[in-house]
Structure formats: C-alpha cells, structure tokens
Design a protein around this ligand. Structure first.
Ligand code: MCA
Ligand code: AMP
Length: 516
C-alpha cells in the first residue's frame, strides 16, 4: 500500500520533486543492478527516509556538508537523495582521489559528516577528525558499513526538509588552471530547473529504462542520469562499473543510455553491438568530452541510432543539447546543439562583444541552471562572471547560422581524459616540487580510448638528472590515477615564445602521434 508523502507545493527541495514523480505503484521495480538485486520505488522511499532520519538525528547545523567518497552502489545514490531530503549539502568525491586531495577537500569544505569505504576509514577518518568533522561513517558497495547499520534503527517515515530554490544542495569540486580546486555551489533550483527542462527536451517517459553505467560523483552520472530517470518515474539498470560487453548485452532491455565518448568507443569494439541489439533503444546521449565524428558516424552505422551530443559543466549542469524531437532539427555530429530552453548563450570576443555567426569566441552563459558561486571564494566567483552576469565557461566555440553550437577549443588549460578533467597546472606544480626538477609542462595528446591523455615533459635542474619512472611513481603515490600522465619525458629545455611563455602547442604537436 502506498504511503502518503508529506510534501508541499511550495517546497522547492529537489527531493520533493523527484519523490512526487515516483509512479503510483511503489512496488514496481525502480532499480535493478548488474548483480541481480532489485529495488522497488518503496525501497527508495523508505531507505532515503531512514538515512535522512539518521542525518537529522545528528543535530547538525543548517547547511552542513556531507562529504562522500564511496564506491558506486544504489545505497550511495540513496545517501545522495537522503542528504537532499534532510536538507543538507551533498559533496561527492571521486573514488580515485588520494590522501592529499581528500585532505584539501575536507579542509576546505569542513563537512560535518564524512562517509567513506570501510577500506579507507583509517586514513580518511584521521583527516576528517583533524579537520573538525564530528561523524565519519562507512558505506561499502555490498550494503555493509556503519551508515546502514545506524540507519537501520531509524524510522522509515520522514518529512522532506523545507527548502527554497536558492538553498544550497550540492558542492562539486572542479580543479582550476591556477590555484586549488574550487567548490561549485549548486542550489536546489539550479538542479531542478535543469532536470525539468531535460525531461521535456529529451522526451523522458515513464516506460523508459536507463542503463546507468557512469560514476556517481560527477554531474553526468549523479545529476543528469539519476534526476532524468527519477523525474520520469523510469527504471534504471544499474552498473557498479562500466563494462562494455555487459552493457551491450543489456541494450535489448533498455531505452536510454548516457555515456562519455570513451564508453561509446569501447562499445563499438564489441562484436555484439548491432542494429538488432539497439532495436528497442530510444536515445543514446553523449557528453562531458568531445566526441570524434568518426565515433558518431560509426555508431550510426552499427546501430542505426544518431547519438545526441550535449554540453554542460559542473558549474551549470546542462547548457546545450542537440534536438531529440525531429521538428527541432537534426542531430549534428561534432556540434553540441542548441542552448537549452531558459539558457542564454553568447559567443563573444575579448571585449565582451557578441561575434557574428561563424566566428570563434568565448562561450558565456546565463540561466536558472547557473551556479551560485564558488564555495568561500567570492573574488574568484566575481572574476568568472561578465559585468552583465554571464558565466565564463572557459570554452571556445562558434555558433552557426541555424544556432548550433560547436566547441572548438578551450581558453582554460584543461585536458579531458575519458570524461574526467585534468588540469595541467596541478600536475606541473606537483612535478616541479620533486627533487632535481627545474620545470615541467603537461600537455594533452590524442588517445584512441580516452580521447585525450596527458604527457609530461620535465626539465632537470642544471647538473642533475631525473628519472621519468621515479617521477611517475611519485605522482602515482599522491594523485588520482586518471590524472597521471601516460608518458613522461626528460628534456633539456621547454620551447618558449619571444615573451618567454611555454609553447604548449609545440609540445602537443611533437607528441600528437604517440598513441594513435
Ligand atoms: C581510468 N584510467 C584513466 C581514466 N579512467 N586514465 C585516464 N583517463 C581516465 N578517464 C586509467 C587508470 O588510471 C588505470 O591506470 C586504468 O585506466 C584502469 O583504471 P580503471 O578505473 O579500471 O578504468 P576503467 O574502469 O576502464 O575506467 C575508464 C572509464 C572511466 C570507464 C572511461 O574513466 C569513467 O567512468 N569515465 C567517465 C567519467 C565521467 O563520468 N565524467 C563526467 C564528468 P593504471 O592501471 O595505470 O593505474 S561530469 C562533466 O564532465 C560535465 C558536467 C558534463 O558535461 O557531463
Ligand atoms: P566539468 O568541469 O567536469 O564540469 O567539465 C566541463 C567541461 O567539459 C566543459 O567546460 C567542456 O570543456 C567539457 N565538455 C562537456 N561536455 C562536452 C561536449 N559534449 N563536448 C565537448 N566538451 C564538453
């Protein structure tokens, strides 16, 4: 029997909207996992209530951050939803982050609660308690850990916390070209407005079945995929980890798939991928990184489907999308489509003047989806907005006469590797601190699997030698694995222009064929 859920029409809590979209049959399956577990909508309702009650019982100050570094599981999604439900601020952390990275995030965000895997409890709790965190729980991907043990004693009835659209819901850390990572503050209103637009724009339906195979510590897997399915009352087939063969095998039971380009490249290598396998699919969506036109075309040939490419950022959730509905136009490979309804997008020159169609410029954006600012960085926040309130994406693009946006480059020095962002400045400053190193440069070069990967060029101090293997070993000890350059070279000097600036384009050119 379905329970009445206490929500009120003026509660702008994102969870209230997601919950209101659950189907009336709460015993229907909401999520089915790759290892055979099934969760009904009622399970999600009860579990989020229990975890929300646990958080509420901790007597946390309003606006408390709940930092989470755990392996992907349905319970981890429940923790995210329960945090919204209880009215606290969710702070997801990539599982690849190492101790120095975690120390920075916890020190900067000062979370009241940290949830980590049982395996990392020793070092994570040490960092957290030192930073003043009062509660550290564990959560593993086999439904064990102190979080669930404690929540099991809590009531499964919970009134959704009252929130306004402007209240903070999530902090997502993004690295920067200079300095340390910045916490992008997203509100309930940012995320709900974007999710509602996408529900309509992508034609989400109650009978959709989403294959969820992305990590849930970034915008793509955590927001775009989960909000989309929940807001449609659609079922999810849940993969703890992406596995191309297994995902292709499940396509016949699904209707929607979302991935970064690497996922499509890997699925294309599966002989079982065919028109027949994708016959029941309604929509394939790609984003987070540029997709090669070869991949876009090969996908069409192998499956009969035209991938829908869209563009977004941690600071803005989704910004543009190729059309879903045919009357709005065709999906054009190599473009990221049109600004979404409600999003204003301008391509401008250095003086802030819009450039004509066909000309390249900086992409700036405005809309209800654009974040509130960087956590405790008011000056940095100010710098990233134009005088008329547009957010500077750092992407360089061009609008064509029909309004399609194409991203042609980045003003920010950023490598996007397999959908993860790697900031060369962070890696370089780490390498530059190592013994014997005078300076270094990290550049992105094309890679057949990850799209782009980092390559490091290191210059030793005069009269000293450095070993590439030792540099790589030190990086591995300290940084998330996806940030480690795939190759490291020693050089006597870095190419510089007349102004003395390192010419990264020259290095990229030198190493561009290394992996392809
Ligand atoms: C893994 N490795 C990588 C990457 N992932 N190297 C470079 N780039 C990567 N992305 C390396 C590891 O360091 C390791 O190297 C080896 O590959 C195996 O690691 P493993 O974790 O087993 O790899 P995998 O499971 O094959 O992972 C590849 C993956 C994963 C499935 C493509 O990276 C992934 O899920 N990417 C999606 C990222 C994503 O969701 N991005 C959305 C961000 P070694 O053995 O040497 O240690 S949100 C966003 O960008 C915006 C808002 C948007 O628009 O969506
Ligand atoms: P993040 O900081 O993880 O939110 O990454 C955002 C960045 O990813 C954007 O500023 C773009 O540079 C890039 N990005 C996202 N989607 C696409 C796409 N479809 N094509 C090209 N780049 C993309």
């Amino acid at each position: 029997m379905s329970q009445p859920i206490p929500t009120s029409a003026d509660n702008q809590n994102l969870f209230a909207a997601l919950r209101a979209a659950f189907p009336s049959d709460l015993d229907a399956i909401a999520v089915e996992t790759d290892n055979g577990l099934q969760y009904s909508w009622r399970d999600l309702e009860r579990a989020t209530a229990m975890v929300a009650n646990l958080l509420a019982s901790l007597d946390l100050p309003p606006g408390s951050r709940i930092a989470v570094q755990v392996e992907k599981s349905v319970e981890a999604m429940v923790l995210y939803l329960a945090t919204l439900r209880a009215g606290y601020v969710y702070l997801p952390l990539n599982t690849a982050y190492q101790s120095a990275e975690i120390e920075y995030f916890i020190g900067n965000a000062e979370p009241a609660v940290v949830v980590c895997s049982g395996r990392s409890f020793g070092w994570v709790s040490k960092i957290a308690f030192r930073a003043g965190t009062r509660h550290v729980f564990t959560l593993d991907d086999d439904r064990t850990g102190s979080l669930l043990e404690r929540a099991a004693h809590c009531s499964d009835r919970h009134t959704v916390a009252q929130k306004s659209a402007d209240d903070l819901a999530v902090i997502i850390y993004t690295s920067g070209t200079t300095g340390r990572s910045k916490g992008a503050m997203l509100t309930h209103g940012n995320m709900l407005s974007n999710a509602l637009v996408l529900k309509d724009y992508w034609g989400w339906r109650g009978d959709d079945v989403l294959i969820h195979a992305l990590p849930i510590f970034h915008v793509h897997g955590l927001f775009v995929a989960i909000h989309g399915a929940l807001l449609a009352g659609a079922r999810m087939i849940w993969f703890g980890k992406f596995d191309a063969k297994q995902v292709v095998a499940r396509l016949p039971q699904a209707t929607v798939f979302m991935g970064v380009p690497t996922l499509y490249v890997r699925m294309l290598a599966e002989p079982a991928l065919s028109h027949e396998a994708a016959r029941g699919m309604r929509l394939f969506i790609s984003g987070s990184a540029p997709m090669l036109i070869e991949t876009f075309n090969a996908w069409h040939e192998r499956t009969g489907h035209t991938i829908l490419e869209r563009y977004g950022m941690s600071e803005t959730v989704m910004l543009t999308s190729n059309p879903y509905h045919a009357p709005h136009g065709e999906r054009r490979g190599g473009t990221v489509g049109f600004p979404l309804p409600g999003v204003s997008l301008r391509v401008q020159d250095d003086a802030g003047r819009p450039v004509p169609a066909g000309e390249t410029g900086a992409i700036v954006v405005k809309g209800p989806n654009v974040f509130k600012g960087y956590w405790r960085m008011p000056e940095k926040t100010c710098e990233e907005f134009t005088p008329d309130g547009f957010f500077k994406t750092g992407d360089v693009g061009v609008l064509d006469a029909r309004g399609y946006v194409t991203i042609v480059g980045r003003a920010k020095d950023l490598i996007i590797s397999g959908g993860y962002n790697v900031y060369p400045a962070e890696i370089e400053s780490f390498i530059n601190e190592l013994p014997g190193v005078a300076e270094s440069a990290v550049v992105g070069v094309p890679h057949p699997d990850f799209g782009e990967v980092g390559v490091a060029v290191v210059v030793p101090k005069a009269g000293q030698t450095v070993e590439p293997q030792r540099i790589m070993a030190r990086l591995r000890d300290s940084l998330a694995n996806f940030k480690i350059p795939k190759r490291c070279f020693v050089a006597t000097e870095l190419p510089r222009n007349a102004m003395g600036k390192v010419q990264k384009a020259v290095l990229r050119e030198q190493h561009k064929s290394m992996f392809i």
